[in-house]
Design a protein around this ligand. Structure first.
Ligand SMILES: Nc1ncnc2c1ncn2[C@@H]1O[C@H](COP(=O)(O)OP(=O)(O)OP(=O)(O)O)[C@@H](O)[C@H]1O
Ligand SMILES: Nc1ccn([C@@H]2O[C@H](COP(=O)(O)O)[C@@H](O)[C@H]2O)c(=O)n1
Length: 223
């Protein structure tokens, strides 16, 4: 049997690609583009951490109290709708998606994500999703899906990332840059390239350039 390129094929039965990286390096935009090219959904793991943080903030729960957070999560089951075009996050009938990228969630999420109990809860949600999909986050290739067939880790300088993010947010570039550097520092424990990941500096590349680089690097599969 001849090996055929993966592009455009619906690859069944396992996670295809993990895309990890630093904050605002383009993970969700790139994962969405790769997933659409492959005809599969993508999964944004960060949305689960963001939703846990939002619910805790709304409840006035301390962000370092794992027991209180998990009690709250069990009382408000979250549902990640993993679509190729964009993920949506629900708490019961309420959609949280548009509230998850606020500055206050950005500032609190690393503390929540540092709690081992919360990480175990998120990992269980992710591993229960039906494969195949493209997974993006911080530890998809190292911890959650170490068996993935292809792994990538995106980087770019804080200034480049801040300039991109400034197109989406009202804050100025230096303020965004400082917040990104701080979030990277807090996330360092849970964010590292897998030994078998390809690291891509997205700084000199367009979004389409990064997506094309990943698609071109995917292993062929048996037809
Ligand atoms: N290579 C690129 N060239 C130009 N713009 C890009 C590139 N990659 C991403 N962007 C833009 O940068 C911004 C941040 O991208 P995105 O939200 O996908 O990053 P992220 O890593 O998922 O962020 P976060 O970690 O905060 O969830 C978006 O406006 C996106 O369109
Ligand atoms: N696998 C992951 C994914 C995310 N986090 C934490 O969530 C925050 C938000 O994630 P984004 O991808 O939306 O930026 C991130 O800053 C981490 O604190 C994580 O720990 N592991």
């Amino acid at each position: 049997m001849r090996a055929a390129p993966l592009h455009g094929t619906l690859y069944t039965g396992r996670v295809i690609v993990t895309i990890d990286g630093v904050a605002a390096s383009g993970k969700s935009s790139v994962a969405s583009g790769v997933a659409r090219a492959l005809g599969v959904p993508y999964v944004s793991s960060g949305l689960l951490y963001r939703a846990a943080t939002l619910l805790a903030l709304e409840a006035g729960a301390p962000l370092d109290d794992a027991r209180a957070l998990l009690t709250h999560l069990r009382a408000h089951p979250l549902r990640l709708e993993a679509l190729a075009g964009g993920n949506r996050l629900w708490a019961g009938e309420r959609e949280l998606t548009d509230e998850l990228h606020s500055t206050r969630v950005d500032q609190g999420v690393s503390a929540v994500a540092a709690l081992p109990e919360v990480r175990a809860w998120v990992d269980a949600q992710l591993r229960a999703l039906p494969e195949p999909f493209v997974a993006e986050g911080r530890d998809m290739g190292t911890n959650v899906f170490p068996q993935a067939g292809a792994k990538f880790y995106l980087t770019a300088s804080p200034r480049v990332r801040a300039e991109r993010r400034a197109q989406e947010r009202p804050e100025d570039v230096p303020a965004i840059e400082a917040a990104l550097i701080e979030r990277d520092r807090r996330d360092r424990v849970q964010s590292a390239p897998a030994p078998d990941a390809r690291v891509i500096d997205t700084g000199p590349l367009s979004l389409e350039g990064v997506i094309g680089t990943i698609l071109a690097a995917l292993p062929a599969r048996s037809a």
